[in-house]
Design a protein around this ligand. Structure first.
Ligand code: GTP
Ligand code: MG
Ligand code: ZN
Length: 368
């Protein structure tokens, strides 16, 4: 095969998984070494499945698994893998990430864990079958904004909400909690709202995030049009069941777009997410610009526009409390982690993310 026809066969094999000119350029320096480009579709202990032009390759990640958990290859990464014939086949490197969803493994420790890389949409699935926890949604959204992807909230199991008025109030509550974030309502059971969701995930890579039992895998199957992901046994609507999905899996959708399903998260700790927190509470940050004092803490200062808004009933007090709580938690984590390490980890994807998004916006006039 000539090198140009090899390149075009790589392109046609990988394009459904998100390969583009920019990734090809990024990969070019590895070509002379005979390495193959591919996307990580799933990772488990020391091994991963990489989708390449030769099909799915089982590869060893020892080369790219240093002690730093943030440097571990993760689902959604584009990697350079060794050619056929080497045993084992190692992943030699991963290409600089455009975006990444990172959380702290717990609020006590300051270790970051990457849940998905190179995502365009971070979809937070929230079950309407249980009481809404707005604070948890805000926490997910802070990390979603921080990832560099566009956050989207999907309210699932709408069929379990008794009536339309209740449903519209729930949607409203979430909308005021998520400025700048599209809020979709779906019922996989009734097949409602799926077309809107399909349109969102039809471009780029989306990751489904949220608690166990939120209905992520059910949505993945609905979007795929076939049952690929295992779904929790019926009648478990309280979200406390066992985790059904245990690995993160990347799937190419028939109508275009790529979806990453993830195991449910009981909780997500913030990890270096100050700007993400700011975006979740955009209306508070906008009000704060109008406070009399630049360093206003919105506690009892005169001329505080934030407190005025609360008094006027325009800003729920809960929002201000939640904002403070998340900022404090974030500061605690930041104080415990190495600033140089954080900067280094972020460097690539902050730059790539901006470039990638600009390219995408230009390509298809985005709705963000
Ligand atoms: N009534 C109703 N039930 C749903 C709907 N979507 C999902 N469910 C049910 O909710 C339960 C959990 O769904 P899953 O898709 O397994 O949830 P998950 O978020 O993937 O859970 P984990 O993999 O554990 O994180 C299953 O019993 C589904 O049948 C819906 O639209 N309506
Ligand atoms: Mg699942
Ligand atoms: Zn103020």
């Amino acid at each position: 095969m000539t090198s140009s026809s090899a390149a075009s066969s790589v392109f046609s094999a990988l394009a459904p998984y998100g390969w583009d000119e920019a990734w090809a350029d990024e990969f070019a320096p590895h070509e002379p070494d005979g390495l193959l480009p591919g996307r990580v579709i799933r990772v488990d202990r020391g091994q991963c499945d990489v989708l390449t032009a030769e099909g799915v390759v089982r590869a060893d990640t020892a080369f790219v698994t240093p002690h730093d958990p943030m440097r571990v290859v993760c689902t959604g990464d584009w990697v350079a893998v060794e050619p056929e014939g080497s045993h084992p086949r190692y992943v030699r490197t991963y290409l600089p990430r455009r975006t990444a969803f990172v959380r702290s493994t717990s609020s006590e420790r300051s270790e970051g864990q990457i849940l998905a890389a190179n995502i365009d949409h971070a979809i937070v699935a929230v079950s309407l079958a249980v009481e809404l926890d707005l604070g948890r949604i805000e926490r997910f959204l802070a990390l979603a904004w921080e990832s560099g992807a566009q956050p989207v909230v999907v309210l699932t199991k709408a069929d379990l909400v008794p009536d339309a008025v209740t449903l519209s109030h729930l949607v409203e509550d979430v909308e005021t909690t998520a400025p700048g974030v599209p809020v979709l309502t779906v019922s996989a059971t009734l097949g409602e709202g799926l077309d809107v969701l399909a349109a969102v995930v039809g471009g780029g890579t989306s990751v489904l995030l949220g608690q166990s039992g939120a209905g992520k895998s059910t949505l993945a199957n609905a979007l795929l049009g076939e049952d690929v992901m295992e779904v929790q046994a019926a009648r478990d609507v309280d979200g406390k069941g066992r985790h059904t999905t245990t690995t993160r899996n990347l799937l190419a959708l028939p109508g275009g777009g790529v979806l990453i399903d993830t195991p449910g998260l009981r909780g997500v700790g913030l990890w270096d997410a100050e700007s993400g927190v700011g975006q979740v509470f955009a209306e508070i940050e906008a009000l704060a610009e109008r406070c009399r004092f630049h360093d206003c803490a919105h506690e009892s200062e005169p001329g505080c526009a934030v407190l005025d808004a609360i008094d006027a009933g325009e800003l729920p007090e809960r929002r201000l409390e939640s904002y403070r709580k998340l900022l404090r938690e974030n500061q605690r984590i930041v104080a415990k982690t190495d600033a140089r390490l954080r900067a280094e980890i972020r460097k690539d994807w902050k730059r790539k993310g901006a470039e990638g998004r600009a390219a995408m916006d230009a390509k298809r006039g985005r709705w963000r």
